[in-house]
Write a protein that binds this ligand. Structure first.
Ligand SMILES: [Fe+2]
Length: 465
């Protein structure tokens, strides 16, 4: 099913509008005080067309997910906000368009692309990541493009932007999907920056697998009915992953200690999931928290009726069942935990209510209640069953928030929650830092950046070593 009701150019306007230049600024003004313990970089990636008139990036034929990546970063050290930088990721096409020499490197499947979805650090590299086939791009600590990265020739294809770090082994887990494959692939990249194992998992129809989850026992796969569509290719859709009603929705468990035994699948009701919050083992069962789009969702046009909600799935291998429970019915996205609890039971989760994103991606036609335009960060206490909202103003769009522990051995939730938030008074972004345990209180710090930051996708706090 291909729906095209929404304005295909809606991601070029308002809070999504791309910025037109790269900026470098030092010694940034701060309201409040930057915690002295925060030594590192907050980096965030997102699509940013090079210019609105560039035919390569005209969204009439394109897609929000196809704008070249631009990484925005703030360097914090010793209580100071040392710098802000934003830089495009230089793919070959982008470097040519900018009259620069491309830092050449490997290309998978003829799909060189300026990775635009996430930025992580692994094995001493800063990596901009993206899905559907292209390789990640390595950046320097000052956000200059080093080049595409295939981990010294050990990575067979790309991998999707959402990765999970095994806190015990230091190994990075990822899922790769690519339209020309009859499988998806689980990839483990060692702490030394080389792929140590890949496992091919046969799946029909070429599903999009944007995210997954990891527990000590399992890799949790989401095989949902958004699949590669030749009809969508023929129709000129540039991100041809459409709702496929005949594709069975299912969640899969790949045993980490017996990957060759294959995946055990469990059927679930038709739905779409971009993001998991976290997952963990629970006495033989597997608990997965995720943001779920009810019923059909067409990623090729980023349209669907919703609603989207924070849900908990409990997979019971002994009973062969998945039970679903609603945790929060507020429309929210970009769920994150304290990454030190990846794969372990989590008490807290953080997510974002971004009215503009909800309006652009769920039921984008029709009247929206005022709250649909609200801007807030949420903190979920999933043990107490409570949620706190840090509300921002009407036009103060907040992006994804990341949690940063106050110290390496601090308790879960003892730390900071940071996000880029648009400051409508200045027409520019702030890096807002909340104390997680005083979530609705005044921010600990707001670092005032010299430029607007478009609503984008994912990021990381990358501490100094
Ligand atoms: Fe994502």
């Amino acid at each position: 099913m291909i729906t095209a009701m929404a304005d295909p150019n809606r991601f070029l306007h308002g809070p999504f509008a791309p910025v037109e230049e790269e900026v470098t600024a030092f010694d940034l003004p701060v309201t409040g005080s930057v915690p002295a313990a925060l030594n590192g970089r907050y980096l965030r990636n997102g699509p940013n067309p090079l210019g609105l008139d560039d035919p390569s990036y005209r969204f009439r034929e394109g897609h929000w997910f196809l704008g070249p990546g631009m990484v925005h970063g703030v360097r914090l050290r010793d209580g100071k906000a040392e710098w802000y930088r934003n830089r495009w990721v230089r793919s070959e096409q982008l470097a040519e368009a900018m009259d620069e020499k491309w830092p050449a490197g490997p290309v998978h499947g003829d799909m060189d692309f300026a990775a635009n979805t996430h930025i992580i650090a692994h094995a001493g590299r800063y990596l901009a990541t993206v899905e559907a086939g292209p390789l990640p791009y390595e950046l320097s600590g000052e956000l200059e493009t080093v080049g595409p990265c295939d981990f010294s020739g050990t990575l067979p294809g790309g991998f999707a932007a959402h990765t999970k770090l095994d806190q015990g082994t230091g190994e990075l887990h990822a899922i790769a999907y690519f339209w020309a494959w009859a499988h998806v692939q689980h990839v483990i990249i060692g702490a030394d920056g080389k792929v140590v194992r890949t496992t091919d998992i046969p799946v029909p129809d070429g599903p999009m697998m944007h995210d997954f989850a990891l527990t000590p026992s399992y890799v949790v796969l989401l095989d949902l009915p958004v699949t590669f569509s030749l009809d969508a290719v023929s129709a000129g859709l540039k991100f041809p992953y459409t709702w496929n009603p005949v594709h069975q929705s299912r969640v899969g468990l790949l045993r980490r200690d017996a990957a060759s035994a294959g995946v055990r699948w469990f059927e679930v009701d038709p739905c779409w999931v971009f993001h998991t919050l976290n997952a963990y083992d629970d006495d033989g069962r597997v608990v997965v928290d995720l943001v779920r789009y009810d019923a059909a969702y067409d990623v090729s046009t980023l349209t669907g009726p919703g609603p989207l909600t924070l849900d908990r799935w409990v997979i019971d291998p002994a009973a062969g069942t998945v039970t679903e429970r609603r945790l929060d019915d507020r429309a929210q996205e970009f769920p994150r935990t304290d990454e030190r609890v990846t794969g372990q039971p989590h008490r807290y989760g953080y997510s974002a209510v971004i009215g503009a994103v909800g309006h652009a991606t769920v039921s984008p036609v029709g009247d929206f209640a005022d709250e649909a335009f609200s801007n807030a960060l949420l903190k979920h206490d999933l043990t107490a069953g409570t949620v706190q909202a840090h509300e921002f103003g009407k036009d103060a769009t907040a992006g994804e928030a990341v949690f940063v522990p106050a110290a390496p051995d601090a308790a879960e939730d003892d730390g900071y929650v940071m996000a880029f938030v648009h400051n409508p008074d200045r027409g520019a972004a702030d890096l807002v830092i909340l104390a997680a345990q005083d979530f609705t209180g005044e921010p600990v710090a707001a670092v005032h950046l010299p430029a607007r930051i478009p609503l984008g996708l994912h990021g990381s706090w990358i501490p100094d070593k």
